[in-house]
Design a protein around this ligand. Structure first.
Ligand code: HPA
Ligand SMILES: [Zn+2]
Length: 335
């Protein structure tokens, strides 16, 4: 039995594997700038968030039809299921597609169809979070949100992603107020490359219920105290932090310190096709670096359940499965 996991920070676009890029290029007749998979893979040495985002957006050129969006989503769900994921709350960036001429309904519809299928065939329940690109105008985000709300595809929440520094959360206060008024759940990337001040304003001016990344919160003791007091979840992405040079190596990652401080830390994969691994790979890397016990891994899994937008019955079910997993682990020093 695998440890049941909940994924709370996953960009569907970031699950576009190099092989799928070539497959979709072929089926859509798109000429790629790379002659081979190896040549493409050579581009994956990032120096910061922006160098990653440049490739992430460029590679999306091959994802065009409703069927493409469904295939991207299904491939992710299949890989996630193999890694133990039982519930996923996934980000999708409408503007990364509408800005290059893809119809919103095609993109969102394909994702929605595949998420529904995945629940039936793979047993992964899901929530869909549309994320707005903070380096594009807030007026555009507001317009996209209105289109989503008026459209046929139900979504569960809204988020904020893309280049962080210079684009503080408060620019999007009106967008988040509209989301809230329509019953959507609210999350935002903050404190990945941006300063702790962005975490404060995401909390106070956007009203977020989770902070995505948030690791730079550690630079502000008063903020840490608040996050602890409010049991505010942080969706931490260890392999992403290494690959985008937010931390130097996995062994330097502050996750153990964050747990020690009492923060509600969850482990997630962000953009697994780009950062060297899915959620189970992130857990394995942490286990290897820090020698996490089975009880500590179960705690991280429980945090994911607690931080999710599942209803109480859904949470209770997963808590019970995690307890059963832990009870089945060999006892002794490795626990
Ligand atoms: O890690 C990320 N940070 C910000 N925006 C993103 N969009 C995809 N991945 C990311
Ligand atoms: Zn992210």
């Amino acid at each position: 039995m695998r440890l049941p996991l909940v994924e709370l920070h996953l960009h569907l676009e970031g699950t576009l594997e190099p092989e799928l890029i070539f497959e979709l290029a072929e089926r859509n007749g798109v000429a790629l700038p790379w002659g081979s998979l190896d040549e493409l893979r050579e581009q994956y040495a990032f120096s910061d968030l922006q160098t990653f985002l440049n490739l992430y957006y460029a590679n999306l050129d091959v994802v065009r039809t409703r069927a493409d969006f469904a295939l991207l989503t299904t491939r992710y769900l299949e890989r996630a299921a193999a890694g133990g994921v039982r519930h996923a709350e996934v980000f999708f960036d409408p503007q990364a597609h509408t800005s290059r001429g893809v119809e919103l309904g095609e993109a969102l519809g394909g994702v929605h169809d595949a998420l529904q299928d995945g629940e039936r065939t793979l047993g992964i329940s899901s929530k869909l979070i549309v994320a707005f690109l903070r380096d594009r105008p807030a007026a555009e985000a507001l317009d996209v949100l209105k289109q989503v709300l008026a459209g046929p595809v139900p979504v569960d929440g809204i988020g904020l992603d893309s280049a962080e520094v210079g684009y503080p959360p408060e620019l999007f206060a009106e967008v988040f107020a509209l989301g809230k008024a329509n019953g959507l759940r609210l999350v935002a990337h903050a404190g990945e490359e941006g300063p702790p001040a962005y975490v404060w304003t995401a909390l106070d001016l956007l009203g977020v219920e989770r902070v995505d990344h948030g690791i730079r919160s550690l630079e502000d003791d008063a903020l840490v105290q608040r996050l602890v007091d409010e049991r505010m979840p942080l969706t931490v992405c260890p392999l992403s932090n290494v690959r985008l040079r937010v931390v130097e190596t996995i062994a330097d990652h502050p996750l153990p310190q964050m747990l020690e401080l009492g923060l509600l830390v969850t482990v997630n994969s962000d953009d697994p096709a780009y950062f060297g691994g899915y959620i189970d790979d992130n857990m394995a890397a942490l286990q290897e670096a820090f020698g996490l016990s089975a009880a500590q891994r179960a705690l991280l899994a429980r945090n994911g359940v607690e931080a999710s937008f599942l209803d109480p019955a859904g949470k209770a079910q997963l808590f019970a499965e995690i307890d059963a997993w832990l009870a089945a682990q060999p006892s002794g020093p490795s626990r």
